[in-house]
Design a protein around this ligand. Structure first.
Ligand code: PGA
Length: 253
């Protein structure tokens, strides 16, 4: 079964709610009718409800950038899976490197959140990736293996189809340095091979693995022609209608 490409925009902590609505209204107009690419936007929590109303019944799907693993309770500042689902989120980004770096996210908390997302029928977009120091020390594949095995022991051959993996080398995020097509493909291939070893070839062949880290209109098609790259998680370039449109239309030029 062919894997449907996914282009997801991670807005991070950018835009006011009004600007976010304007951005997504622009995208909705320019991307209408595209059904061969899964299009996802991940605005800040404060925007989800309004952006969710704009994209309702369109080909643009909604994601949050994180969530609590708990359903409700005394967890000041947290937002639960039930809450994001109620405003239309079908996806949630989990374990982004910025959350690992600045907010103490660990493989264990990633695992807890992935389990909660799956229990609530929300597709987790699980981020993994090595730092520059780890790449330079030739530790890339070890780091990926640890993150895959350590954080994802809740995965099974049955629920693997319900997740998306995003490989994001930390040194390529927001730096303008993209991994070369080959560097990215090598790691994607390793991830797929690891999943095949754990869960079997067939299911691993159906799992979508996105690349993230300075994806732009001019480098997306090279990345997307790699056999194990199934899409992109886009930060900076998802904040403009023009550039996100071009990235979504990577196969239409
Ligand atoms: P970037 O961010 O495209 O700005 O590098 C990607 C991400 O962090 O998801």
């Amino acid at each position: 079964m062919a894997r449907k490409p996914v282009i997801a925009g991670n807005w991070k902590m950018n835009t006011t709610p009004d600007e976010g609505v304007q951005l997504v209204e622009g995208l909705k107009k320019r991307l209408s009718g595209i059904n061969d690419v899964e299009i996802i936007v991940a605005p800040p929590f404060t925007h989800l409800s309004r952006v969710g109303e704009v994209v309702e019944k369109s080909n643009i799907k909604l994601s949050s950038q994180d969530m609590s693993p708990k359903d409700s309770g005394a967890y000041t500042g947290e937002v639960s899976p039930l809450m994001i689902k109620a405003v239309g989120c079908q996806y949630v980004i989990i374990g982004h490197s910025e959350r690992r770096l600045y907010f103490g996210e660990t493989d264990e908390s990633v695992e807890e959140k992935v389990t909660a997302a799956l229990n609530h029928g929300i597709t987790p977009i699980i981020c993994i990736g090595e730092s520059l120091a780890e790449r330079e020390a030739d530790q890339t594949l070890n780091v990926i293996l640890t993150q895959l095995k350590g954080g994802l022991s809740c995965l099974t051959a049955k629920n693997l189809k319900d997740i998306i993996i995003a490989y994001e080398p930390v040194w390529a995020i927001g730096t303008g340095k993209t991994a070369t097509d080959e560097q990215a493909q090598d790691v994607h291939h390793f991830i797929r091979k690891t999943l095949a070893g754990l869960f079997g070839e067939e299911i691993s062949g159906q799992t979508r693995i996105l690349y993230g880290g300075s994806v732009k209109p001019d480098n997306v098609s090279g990345l997307m022609t790699q056999p194990d790259i199934d899409g992109a998680l886009v930060g900076g370039a998802s904040l403009s209608v023009e550039s996100f449109e071009k990235i979504v239309k990577f196969n239409r030029s």
